[in-house]
Write a protein of this length. Structure first.
Length: 116
């Protein structure tokens, strides 16, 4: 069985693209906390098909999400050097918590009222 479930926060906004066959794909990067460790595990996630567009449209950096899917492994060579990568291919993405609060809007400087 190849099954994985994670909860983490997005490290950046999702990136939406399309495969050569026309299938939408959203790429995510999650920071998943590890108990008793200071640094999280960073995990790449791909979301294909009908879920890709809403994921890319409504999720933003800092948002907490739950992901379930399967673990994939890839090997390739670049400049003669062997490269490897693990990635989660999601079959479900759950939006958790609330979206991060937007940064306060800039306001023009206020001038004190003239006192007569």
């Amino acid at each position: 069985m190849n099954s994985i479930s994670l909860i983490g926060r997005l490290t950046k906004d999702p990136e939406l693209s399309e495969t050569n066959g026309g299938t939408k794909v959203a790429k995510l990067r999650l920071a998943v906390p590890r108990p008793q460790h200071e640094t999280p595990v960073f995990v790449d996630v791909s979301v294909y098909g009908t879920q890709a567009e809403p994921v890319a449209r409504y999720l933003t950096k800092g948002r907490q999400v739950g992901v379930s899917g399967r673990l994939e492994y890839a090997e390739w060579r670049r400049d003669g050097e062997l490269r490897t990568k693990h990635e989660v291919v999601a079959n479900q993405v759950v939006f958790l918590g609330s979206a991060p609060a937007p940064a306060p809007a800039a306001t023009p400087d206020r001038q004190p009222a003239d006192v007569a």
